[in-house]
Design a protein around this ligand. Structure first.
Ligand code: C5P
Length: 232
């Protein structure tokens, strides 16, 4: 039974009421759906890459909602209630922070920056402060602090993985959920749709900016990235 359909994924209930099946779609969107296309093979690439990231995180001792990959386009995950925040971690200036605060694209930050955006399509996912998060009743101080701690831990592990591929992790967006027992678990996906990834030497792009900025083939770019990951 279909439980939820998003822009890039469908979530299905399974026989186990604590487990969901996620099917990745071939749709690609940018700018909160303003730009939209369907690309054969895109769902497969995102599922393969996300599954591998979750496996590598688990190898590094970090548990997420991921249970296992079921097929080239599907995975089994632990059921969580998604916390309506997009948690963004930035190591190098790019994207919205260059426009909002005037940083130069490519400028490395002294320490990683964690930002929260309120996940609400009608409002275009606005950036929010900790006080806004509390005012909206989304999370309390303890949860906010745990979200930040987990985001920074994930950042450290992902940077390590990217270093092995001679890539820089510029920034990324993650989402968390709460399981039945109230534990906060990393959910959603980690893929070139949700990260900015640059080659350390050539600064070549391995992420959705090629689609957002029309600078190349998304399928070729993600395939190239997945091949690098397979060689890890
Ligand atoms: O656009 P912005 O610079 O704020 O994006 C920061 C990071 O979060 C980028 O890696 C982008 O791909 C990701 N992001 C996302 N989904 C959104 C907004 C941003 O995956 N809705």
């Amino acid at each position: 039974m279909l439980v939820y359909e998003g822009k890039a994924k469908r979530v299905f209930a399974t026989d186990d009421d604590q487990v969901y099946r996620i099917a990745y779609k071939d749709e690609v969107t940018a700018g909160n759906g303003a730009k939209k296309d369907s690309m054969a093979g895109k769902g497969r690439l995102n599922n393969m890459i996300t599954s591998r990231f979750f496996e590598l995180l688990a190898d590094a001792g970090y548990a997420s909602h991921f249970i296992k990959r079921l097929s080239e386009t599907e995975q089994l995950v632990r059921k969580v209630e998604i916390i309506p925040l997009e948690v963004v971690v930035r190591n190098i200036a790019a994207g919205s922070i260059t426009k909002r605060l005037g940083f130069t694209k490519g400028e490395a930050f002294k320490a990683p920056l964690v930002e929260f955006y309120y996940k609400k399509d009608e409002l275009n996912d606005p950036i929010v402060t900790d006080d806004h998060v509390k005012l909206l009743g989304i999370a309390d101080d303890k949860d906010i602090s745990e979200l930040k701690d987990q985001a920074l831990k994930i950042n450290t592990i992902l940077i390590d993985i990217m270093n092995k591929m001679s890539l820089d992790l510029v920034d990324f967006k993650i989402e968390f959920g709460k399981d039945k027992a109230g534990n906060i678990l990393l959910a959603d996906e980690i893929s070139p749709d949700t990260c900015r990834i640059w080659d350390k030497e050539t600064k070549e792009n391995f992420d959705k900016d090629v689609y957002r900025e029309d600078t190349g083939s998304l399928i070729d770019t993600y395939t190239h990235f997945y091949k690098k990951m397979e060689a890890l």
